[in-house]
Structures are given as structure tokens and as C-alpha cells.
Design a protein around this ligand. Structure first.
Ligand code: SF4
Length: 165
């Protein structure tokens, strides 16, 4: 079973997902609607689910800015996972996603490409978590500086204490 937020972490950096899962404290659980499927091996909490006719709308808030068009790739996959879960938990409804950025609201719809992308990402993320090797650092200074695990990841002493290096 993989959390939906782990999909986004994996797309950000596989090392981040690994460290987060094995060594970092999870932030306290936010309120929201719990979605879970043994078959999909996914579990996650979306901010809100509302019905509009035949559609089940998943709404997720994001604090950052929106891209010029559409949504950020990791947000698309995260929302895609919520939509797959909604489809399974509410058969007969058409799942649709809304991502509310600070100044823009963007829609995400489920299609065969997104379906594949979510499941393929899930499998790759689960593979990373099952392996015993810490993935290498990524070569992206900007992304590392913005990473919540930067101080752990770049602290060689701490990493040695954890058994790496
Ligand atoms: S600091 Fe960089 S390499 Fe380390 S976990 Fe974060 S994104 Fe990955």
C-alpha cells in the first residue's frame, strides 16, 4: 500500500521518498476525505469530495503558484490517483479533479494516459521503497534547496549515523 502523497514525493526525488519513508517524521495528518483501495494499493486523503450530478469531484488545495497552463506533473499524478480511488469507491460516477492553487483553479480529468501514468509511478515508487539501497542525490540544486529533507540529505555525519556512506 502506498500513500498518494508518496507518489508526488517520488516524482520530486526518489531519494526523498526513501528518506521520508524510512527516517523522517511524517507531518501531522490533515483533515480530509480518506480514500483507500487494496486492489489499487493506494491510500490518500483528499481535501474535499463533492457530488455534481453524475460526477464525483475531488478538490485539493495547493499553496504554491500554478504553472502557466494545466497543473504541475506531480500534482497531476497525485490527483490522478485520487480519481482512480474515487472511480473504484463510487462506481457509476464520473470522477473529476480540481486543484486550487493560490491564484488559479485547474481541472484534471482521468484518461487512459493519466491512468497508466499513476499506476506506473506507483509501481516504480513501491520498487524504490522495497529496495535496500538509498537512491543517489539528484543533480538539481534548485530542487534540493527547496526540499524539506535538504538538511538531512546533505548532512554526511547524520547520514553515516543512519548507516549510509
Ligand atoms: S535534498 Fe535533493 S537529493 Fe536530497 S532528498 Fe531532497 S531533492 Fe532529493
Amino acid at each position: 500500500m502506498l500513500s498518494v502523497s508518496s507518489l508526488a514525493e517520488f516524482l520530486y526525488c526518489s531519494r526523498k521518498l526513501y528518506l521520508q519513508e524510512h527516517h523522517a517524521e511524517r507531518p501531522p495528518r490533515a483533515p480530509g476525505v480518506l480514500l483507500r483501495s487494496e486492489r489499487l494499493r493506494l491510500i490518500g486523503k483528499v481535501d474535499e469530495v463533492r457530488k455534481e450530478g453524475d460526477a464525483a469531484i475531488a478538490v485539493q488545495k495547493k499553496t504554491g503558484r500554478a504553472p502557466r497552463q494545466g497543473v504541475w506533473p506531480q500534482h497531476r499524478v497525485q490527483m490522478g490517483a485520487y480519481l482512480l480511488l474515487l472511480e473504484e469507491l463510487h462506481p457509476g460516477t464520473e470522477p473529476e479533479g480540481v486543484i486550487r492553487y493560490a491564484r488559479a483553479e485547474r481541472r484534471v480529468t482521468l484518461n487512459p494516459f493519466l491512468r497508466y501514468e499513476v499506476l506506473e509511478t506507483r509501481d516504480r515508487a513501491l520498487q524504490v521503497l522495497q529496495q535496500r539501497t538509498l537512491p543517489p542525490r539528484i543533480d538539481d540544486e534548485k530542487r534540493c534547496r527547496a526540499c524539506s529533507l535538504f538538511s538531512l540529505c546533505y548532512d554526511d555525519n547524520k547520514m553515516r549515523e543512519l548507516g549510509y556512506g
